[in-house]
Design a protein around this ligand. Structure first.
Ligand SMILES: [Mn+2]
Length: 422
């Protein structure tokens, strides 16, 4: 849990970006149905969570800005004994107030009334001249079913046709790009837990094991540290499976001389880690595996080295490719730099935060507080080799800090660790 002050400050930042005479409506969302009467696990809309610290299904945040006066209301589900007997204690008004610092907490069945009140002079119920209603419309594909925000926007439009509907999604996302100390601490913790999971897989791996057995070892380390779910579906890919970028089947047996590529991350208080490591099943890299591994490592180090405020984000990939192409040519894997795209065909960096692929612009200069992954890879199916090395990097005032620096990655460190434990 991040402090009440943090969320208050974020709401005030969000309010600063609203036009006067505006109402903002943000939904926590609800878990999608899985089958029958079961739902998928609930996870809150990240902008809602950022503004409130509340991770309770169906909650709604209202912020009314009128002549520079800001009124905030949080609506929560009404605790009821029948539901509590099945799902446990629900959040009450005092808890919601404590978590968010919002004085006015009301129950969800009052949502329509509450909005009507905010739009009117209380007591008189004369409508004040509000002009805009902002929603957090996440971008979805055309043809997707209407989400809650879009459905409610229609309702507002029918009832108050004079109001302009606005999308605040990108403004809210922009607030999240540079992380504060408390957020970075969450990411650090997610990374520490991920490290334990990776070490457990490196300790256990041996020929004849199934990829899902390694995944189970990773999940175990998360669960015993209170982390219910990984941040994203784990990739545990041995041999040629590692050349498939988003391989998630994790259902093959690992072979004697293969490498295993793991791309995994714990989620801690909704903040994500995203780490890739590649290690030899036998505990020793073959000479060929070592050559290719060190190319990826060198490219990763060169890319990280360039990370500092003012560096263009999109240009990082050029550094990665230039280093990798030169090295691949040196060892004869490719003849011209252009051929690199046969073996390396994805981006090298994305933002990390409340989402694994976190929000933030691409055509920007790096700035302090940004947290980014650096993840070059080399995928050579004809040699059964897929390698990716991914770390999480914080941009600091004068450079960068590799938040995942404790997770071993040199050939020597990996081999030493794996020899010790077999
Ligand atoms: Mn990643």
């Amino acid at each position: 849990m991040i402090s009440q002050e943090f969320h208050k400050e974020k709401r005030s930042d969000a309010a600063a970006g609203l036009l006067d005479r505006s109402l903002l409506i943000v939904f926590a969302g609800k878990a999608p149905q899985r089958t029958g009467d079961q739902s998928y696990a609930f996870t809150p809309n990240r902008n809602f969570y950022y503004l409130t610290g509340v991770a309770k299904e169906r909650s709604v945040l209202l912020m009314a800005k009128y002549e520079d006066c800001l009124e905030e209301v949080l609506l929560i589900e009404k605790p009821n004994p029948r539901k509590e007997s099945r799902i446990g204690q629900m959040m009450d008004i005092d808890q919601a107030r404590e978590l968010t610092g919002i004085p006015t907490i009301r129950y969800l069945d009052e949502l329509d009334v509450c909005i009507a009140e905010l739009l009117s002079n209380r007591g008189t119920l004369v409508e004040r001249d509000f002009q805009n209603v902002y929603f957090d419309f996440e971008t979805g594909d055309v043809g997707d079913p209407l989400d809650q925000a879009r459905m409610y926007a229609r309702k507002i439009q029918d009832r108050f046709p004079y109001l302009q509907i606005q999308n605040i999604h990108h403004q809210l996302c922009n607030l999240r790009v540079c992380k504060e100390r408390s957020e970075i601490e969450k990411i650090r913790r997610a990374i520490e837990i991920t490290d334990e999971g990776i070490k457990s897989m490196m300790r256990r791996v041996k020929a004849g094991l199934w990829e899902y057995e390694l995944e189970a070892a990773f999940d175990y380390e998360l669960k015993v540290r209170g982390v219910k779910n990984p941040a994203f579906p784990s990739i545990i890919a041995s041999g040629a499976n590692a050349t498939v970028l988003h391989y998630e089947d994790n259902n093959q047996m690992v072979g004697e001389d293969e490498l295993v590529l793991v791309d995994v991350g714990a989620e801690y208080d909704y903040y994500c880690a995203d780490i890739s490591r590649t290690f030899p099943v036998s505990g020793r890299f073959t000479p060929r595996q070592r050559i290719l591994y060190e190319i990826v490592l060198k490219a990763q180090e060169a890319t990280i080295e360039a990370m500092k405020p003012g560096q263009g984000l999109e240009q990082l990939l050029d550094i990665t490719k230039a280093t990798m192409a030169a090295e691949c040519q040196r060892v004869g894997l490719i003849k011209t730099a252009e051929e690199l795209s046969r073996y390396f065909f994805h981006g090298v960096s994305h933002y990390l935060g409340l989402d694994t692929h976190d929000v933030g612009g691409r055509n920007v200069k790096l700035a302090p507080g940004m947290v980014l992954t650096v993840e070059p890879g080399l995928y050579v199916p004809e040699e059964n080799i897929g390698i990716r090395i991914e770390d999480d990097v914080l941009i600091t005032a004068d450079g960068h800090e590799v938040l995942s620096k404790q997770i071993i990655k040199t050939v020597e460190d990996i081999e030493r660790f794996m020899q010790q434990t077999t």
